[in-house]
Ligand binder design. Structure first.
Ligand code: GLC
Length: 445
């Protein structure tokens, strides 16, 4: 009996240990929160997809979609000369839109490097352009006070040792062909190159705030953490840049600290994503239109309200938004992207207080009709974003006793209110303020 009791007790003691998530390092939740603090505060960043694919202007996957050979793709390299490239202008536009950080493609799947890598000739400094675009990007964005991130493609459709797989531009309809095609290709050599280039990027450009590795597709004729040697790669990254924030595409999901945040791409999450039994840091990446690289004929551009809605809803669920620009082959933003950024900037100039430092509202605040809530835990202020501007009266159900003062955010003008039963009724002017989505700021008791 005694033995059984001891056994039962020891199982009970062990249970939490069994349920604990696997980790690669020993950072605590609190330490991670601190490391990510600037990022969770800033909420809004710019993604930049730039490479040779800007010349065809038919999607950054054009080499893959059209199964183009290296030889046929070479004409874009020979012509690459983005004469209007001015990183200071890019940085200013990002800042004016209210973005606080930027992540640029240092190399995309096509394999072309925008940086002056010692490990390849396939780089911008060997094109007619001759310049290291990444050096200029880093200097310019830092000068504007923006944080700097590097996207780096794990995939490489140009490197001779990267084996052809089901995602490759030379992928095969008949899998039997892979063996023949991959004769002489050596992933060991590619892995060295990959680790070497990440080392260059994290050594030669000063402090890098984010690294965005892309992507894994384990399984048959695919590639995953073993192909990249992700564990060693992540260790190298953390060694070279201890503060850096790392995305989730290394295929290390078995480990809670195999990534710092998750990356829902091109869709809206319906609630704060959970991993390892808790709410996890997240950032959604989205395009203005359907493509990441410049796509001249792509017409599915989101309008200002959709873009602002995306930002607000993301923050309302505790996440970040990384919004993409695909510069043209001339090296500047096209007019549609410029317009979208300017429109967002106009709203952000007077409403960003509902974004920076904000997160999901506490559960005891119900969302009023056609509103989206965000909350700043430091100032204890609640923000109601009015997607559909109501006519005069806005009822806040069960808000009795919670509101000290209410105002419009854009002009700080008082909104008068009355308590009515358990509710609070706000009296809004009939005239809708001249902002796509007006915001109410409630100072809470
Ligand atoms: C996908 C695509 C890629 C794009 C990325 C952005 O992984 O392969 O083209 O860079 O998403 O998140």
């Amino acid at each position: 009996m005694k033995k059984i009791l001891i056994l039962a007790i020891s199982i009970l003691i062990m249970l939490p240990a069994v349920a604990q998530n696997k980790k690669l390092g020993n950072e605590t939740d609190e330490q991670k929160k601190e490391r990510l603090a600037w990022w969770t505060n800033d909420r809004f960043g710019m993604f930049i997809h730039f490479g040779l694919y800007a010349l065809p202007g038919r999607h950054e996957w054009v080499k893959n979609f059209e199964r183009t050979t290296n030889e046929a793709y070479q004409k874009y390299f020979d012509l690459f000369n983005p004469d209007l490239y001015d990183a200071r202008e890019w940085a200013k536009k990002a800042k004016e839109a209210g973005m606080k950080y930027a992540v640029i493609t240092t190399k995309h799947h096509e394999g072309f490097c925008l940086f002056d890598s010692k490990l390849t000739d396939y780089k911008a400094t060997n094109t007619p352009f001759k310049r290291d675009l990444i050096r200029e990007f880093v200097d310019a964005f830092r000068a504007e006070g923006l944080k700097v991130g590097f996207y780096y493609s794990l995939i490489d459709w140009h490197h001779p040792d990267f084996t052809v797989d089901r995602v490759h531009s030379q992928r095969q309809d008949n899998p039997a062909n892979y063996a023949e095609l991959n004769k002489g290709r050596d992933m060991n050599v590619y892995r060295k190159y990959l680790h070497g280039q990440v080392r260059e990027l994290l050594t030669n450009y000063g402090k890098i705030d984010i690294i965005w590795l892309d992507f894994s597709y384990p399984g048959e004729y695919g590639k995953g953490h073993e192909d990249w040697n992700s564990k060693d790669l992540l260790a190298l990254i953390r060694k070279l840049q201890p503060g850096i924030i790392v995305d989730d595409r290394l295929d290390l999901g078995d480990y809670e600290d195999g990534q710092d945040f998750v990356t829902p791409e091109q869709y809206k999450v319906d609630k704060w994503p959970e991993r390892y039994g808790k709410k996890f840091a997240w950032e959604t990446c989205q395009t203005f239109s359907g493509s990441w690289g410049y796509y001249r004929d792509e017409m599915s551009w989101k309008d200002t309200k959709q873009l602002l809605g995306l930002l607000i809803e993301t923050v309302s669920k505790g996440g970040n938004l990384l919004l993409n620009v695909g510069p043209t082959a001339r090296g500047d933003f096209d007019s549609r992207a410029d317009q979208a950024l300017a429109n967002m900037g106009k709203w952000m100039k007077h409403n960003s207080r509902s974004i920076y430092g904000c997160t999901e509202a506490p559960e005891n605040f119900k969302t009023p009709a056609s509103g989206v809530l965000t909350y700043n835990p430091t100032t204890n202020r609640l923000y109601i974003h009015l997607l559909d501007y109501p006519l005069q009266n806005l009822r806040l159900p069960d808000y009795k006793g919670k509101v000290k003062y209410a105002q419009f955010l854009h002009d700080g003008s008082e909104i008068r209110f009355q308590e009515n039963g358990n509710d609070v009724n706000l009296s809004l002017p009939v005239f809708k303020p001249n902002y796509e989505i007006p915001v109410l700021e409630l100072i809470l008791n």
